[in-house]
Design a protein around this ligand. Structure first.
Ligand SMILES: [Zn+2]
Length: 237
């Protein structure tokens, strides 16, 4: 074991820490929160529009049906009027006239209801137009936010791949058994397996080494592999 090797391992550790930070930054980019927020807005505007559209379609369906009744009444009225022009028996003429009056009354009721329905539909159309305009704006904002997120991610990814590459280069110079020990320790110790010993303090756990143990560590040859008695991290002296 050479002290150079430990310094290499410490450099690997620093790059691993850097890579962890970059992965965390990538996962918590503000651009991602912004994108998610806009996606939720687009979704909720769409859901509201579907609800309003469903309410509108109930009224519109009734309106269509009533308009077909009005058209049917109109056809009946026209045919009765034709018939009345060739009817000269007073009793028959009276019957036709009564029927025409009944049709006129019914048409008037239908048309009143159609007007009511149109009044119900009008504000819903205004609401749908407003929702559509807001959704269009939100969709444009979402597209911009998605592009901004991709750009921010690409920047982090470029830095991350540089870090990972540099780390691989350094790690290839460290014996496999030591790398394995390092990886196991790193997994167990929250990502930090190698720490500097600064004075009597381990920079991994930030605790002072007890005097006796510090002296033991100091008695070890400079290339010996020593660990912190408190956190078990590899110490670089
Ligand atoms: Zn420690």
């Amino acid at each position: 074991m050479t002290t150079d090797l430990l310094h290499t391992l410490l450099a690997v550790q620093e790059l691993d820490t850097r890579a962890d930070q970059l992965r965390h930054r990538r996962a918590s980019l503000p651009e991602r929160a912004q994108r998610d927020q806009l996606a939720a807005l687009v979704e909720s505007l769409g859901a509201t529009a579907r609800e309003v559209g469903a309410a509108r379609s109930v009224f519109a369906t009734e309106q269509e049906q009533l308009e077909s009744f009005v058209a049917e009444g109109e056809r009946k009225r026209a045919s009765l009027e034709t018939k009345s022009r060739s009817t000269f028996v007073p009793r028959d003429a009276q019957a036709i006239s009564d029927e025409l009056n009944a049709i006129a009354t019914r048409q008037a009721h239908l048309e009143d209801r159609i007007l009511e329905l149109m009044e119900e539909i009008e504000p819903l159309d205004a609401q749908l137009a407003d929702l559509a305009a807001r959704e269009e704006t939100a969709r444009a904002d979402l597209a911009a936010a998605t592009a901004a997120l991709a750009e921010a991610q690409a920047a982090v990814d470029a830095e991350l791949s540089g870090t990972v590459e540099e780390r691989a280069g350094l790690a290839s110079g460290v014996p496999a058994a030591l790398m394995e020990r390092y990886e196991k320790l790193r997994a167990r110790m929250g990502g930090v397996a190698v720490a500097r010993l600064e004075g009597s303090r381990c920079l991994g756990c930030h605790l002072e080494l007890p005097r006796g143990e510090l002296e033991e560590v100091r008695r070890e040859p400079p290339d010996a592999l020593v660990t912190c008695p408190q956190c078990a991290r590899l110490l670089v002296r």
